[in-house]
Design a binder for this molecule. Structure first.
Ligand SMILES: Cc1ncc(COP(=O)(O)O)c(C=O)c1O
Length: 284
């Protein structure tokens, strides 16, 4: 069952007509978030709402409601779907107005859908997924969770056509992130991931993973991996996102990565990350 919300109310169908001159689809002029609920708990919900507020400020978008009201609507949507794993997607656009690039005199619009979240078995996770590398042709402000995802769509499609699952972006010879996830490498007991600067989205899952790595006493190098290191030298690699949590990679381009052994730090971090993110602890 999928639940929908548009503008100021829950609606019956996601196919209700949206105004043709709604800036979300004329310009991609808006921002969004995706939150996973488990047993009624919104994983990192506070962090997602704060990131929404930061994205809104960055594009000078007024939120249609106070953050607390948005939280209530999101929680209500998740509870209408049920108590299992639920994903809530919500976006805010700059609203409906006759098409003209500059900011309109219009009310911002909240649109949302909530539906059962896809979960992965341990077996699937042990087997992992494949990735390819692609040039990062996105803009300079990837830290903003903008509705503009065309380069991400094209990158993901390239991955699918190559028989892979994710596309890892490489900018100036270094790994930034992936089309819909952050990227980590593991070499010995040292974890690597790109720093949270303008060229990546600072994933909420990424933050929980970093907290888990530190909590367990492993070394984290928050520095960009060169494409050569990532493609040829890492012993394990994984991607992180709200809907996948931590997903190991079993190949990068033509190179196969063996499944991480049972005593790999990767699994310890996965378990600790889950404990932390489900406990309601805050991450910066
Ligand atoms: C480009 C990109 N990077 C990273 C992420 C992971 O972010 P989070 O862990 O907050 O879902 C996403 C998630 O959609 C994404 O689209």
């Amino acid at each position: 069952m999928t639940v929908y919300y548009y503008r100021d109310r829950f609606i019956e169908s996601g196919r209700e007509v949206v105004p043709v001159e709604e800036r979300a689809f004329n310009y991609g002029d808006g921002i969004y978030e995706v939150v996973r609920f488990e047993a009624g708990h919104g994983v990192g919900l506070t962090e997602h709402l704060e990131r929404l507020r930061n994205s809104a400020e960055a594009i000078r978008l007024r939120l249609p409601h106070p953050l607390e009201k948005i939280r209530e609507i999101v929680v209500e949507a998740a509870s209408r779907v049920g108590a299992g794993a639920v994903d809530v997607y919500f976006q805010i656009s700059r609203g409906e107005a006759p098409r003209s690039h500059a900011f309109p005199d219009a009310e911002p619009v909240l649109a949302l859908f909530a539906r059962p979240g896809k979960t992965y078995t341990d077996e699937f996770r042990r087997a992992g997924v494949g990735a390819i590398t692609v040039p990062d042709e996105r803009w300079a402000n990837c830290w903003i969770k903008s509705l503009n995802l065309l380069p991400n769509v094209l990158a993901k499609q390239a991955a699918v056509e190559a028989g892979a699952y994710e596309a890892v972006f490489v900018r100036d010879g270094f790994v930034t992130e992936a089309s819909a996830s952050n990227v980590f490498g593991l070499h010995g007991d040292v974890f690597y991931t790109a720093p949270a600067e303008r060229e990546i989205l600072n994933g909420i899952t990424r933050r929980f993973v970093i907290a888990a790595i530190r909590d367990l006493g492993y070394t984290l190098k928050e520095e960009r991996m060169s494409a050569a290191f990532f493609e040829q030298e890492v012993e394990a690699a994984f991607v992180t996102s709200t809907t996948m949590d931590m997903m190991p990679l079993n190949s990068v381009n033509r190179r196969k990565l063996p499944p991480p052994p049972a005593d790999s730090p990767l699994w310890a971090v996965l378990n600790r990350m889950r404990e932390l993110s489900r406990s309601g602890v805050a991450v910066a």
